[in-house]
Design a protein around this ligand. Structure first.
Ligand code: C2E
Ligand code: CA
Ligand code: CA
Ligand code: CA
Length: 277
């Protein structure tokens, strides 16, 4: 019996054999889900600490399964990565993000939207041309699209990552190192990466008030980022108290439930208009 969780329907059944066949079945369904348009784009706002205004949003995919309901994103992304489905999934998300960015532009909302890329995407020789094609098709300025890559993905192939990031940067987009603090990159390597921002992993942010080690990691990351000329984003900001502490440490941008949960992309404009941020 699979369980429901805050993050959605979890794929873990507790029984390894059952779990394997469940995953196999879901993998097959995911292939169809992309074609049948069961995927949804959600957007989560990012807020600037100084101005307290929304300064961007992150694109997060959701799978609305016809029988199982909303599936846990982290789990089906992993499934897609193992099952060779990340390329079509990334294509779907890119298409949806450009469409959304175009719609916002038409509505007078000028917010950059960041798209998550996986390890496999970094090795896809056709990714750059596809992104360039989307910019041309939708007539969107490069400042309005950004990309997030986790630190551990970058560390899987450090040299290949520098090469791919350099080519992404040449398109004029901004790049974020996601889940920073979990991937063990060196200072020397970080200096070589053509990125604009670090996103502090939410595990450190969420318990920085209760755990002094986490607080030290958060503070060091903010200082490190600033010393390298990078902006620093804190994700997983759930409370006013954490917001205040991050503000006093000089963090640049916040993302998390304190501001808003991810919102269906087509409802984001309305939320933005009504929000005090
Ligand atoms: P991520 O890129 O680190 O995204 C942040 C995750 O934290 C999101 O989970 C978001 O909903 C959640 N979150 C945001 N604020 C808070 C908060 O205050 N508290 C807590 N507890 N959680 C918060 P989500 O949407 O379930 O996505 C999970 C992961 O799946 C993402 O982690 C990302 O690695 C991956 N993912 C999501 N969408 C995509 C996508 O379109 N493409 C790829 N390649 N990966 C994606
Ligand atoms: Ca991310
Ligand atoms: Ca993250
Ligand atoms: Ca994130």
């Amino acid at each position: 019996q699979a369980k429901h969780s805050a993050a959605g329907y979890t794929l873990y059944s507790g029984n390894p054999d059952k779990e394997f066949s469940r995953r196999l079945a879901l993998m097959g369904e995911l292939r169809g889900a992309i074609a049948k348009n069961e995927l949804r784009l959600y957007c989560q706002p990012k807020v600037d600490f100084e101005s307290r205004h929304i300064c961007g949003a992150e694109a997060l995919v959701r799978w609305q399964h016809p029988r199982l309901g909303m599936l846990s994103t982290g789990e089906f992304i992993k499934l897609a990565e193992h099952g060779g489905l990340i390329t079509p999934l990334t294509h779907w998300v890119l298409e949806a993000a450009f469409r959304q960015s175009y719609a916002w532009d038409e509505a007078g909302i000028r917010l950059p939207l960041s798209v998550n890329l996986s390890a496999h995407d970094l090795r896809d020789p056709r990714l750059i041309d596809r992104i360039r094609g989307l910019f041309a098709t939708w007539g969107i300025r490069p400042e309005l699209i950004q990309f997030e890559l986790t630190e551990s993905v970058l560390m899987q192939d450090p040299e290949g990552a520098v090469d791919m990031l350099t080519r992404l940067k040449a398109l004029g987009v901004q790049l974020f190192v996601d889940d920073f603090g979990t991937g063990y990159s060196s200072l020397a390597y970080l200096q070589k990466l053509p990125v604009d921002s670090l996103k502090i992993d939410q595990s450190f942010v969420s318990d920085m008030l209760a755990n002094e080690d986490s607080a030290i990691i958060v503070q060091s990351t903010i200082d490190l980022g600033h010393n390298l000329g990078l902006e620093v984003v804190a994700e997983g900001v759930e409370t006013e108290a954490v917001w205040q502490r991050l503000a006093s440490l000089g963090c640049d941008t916040a993302q998390g439930y304190f501001i808003s949960k991810p919102i269906p992309a087509d409802a984001f404009g309305e939320w933005e208009q009504q929000s005090a941020w």
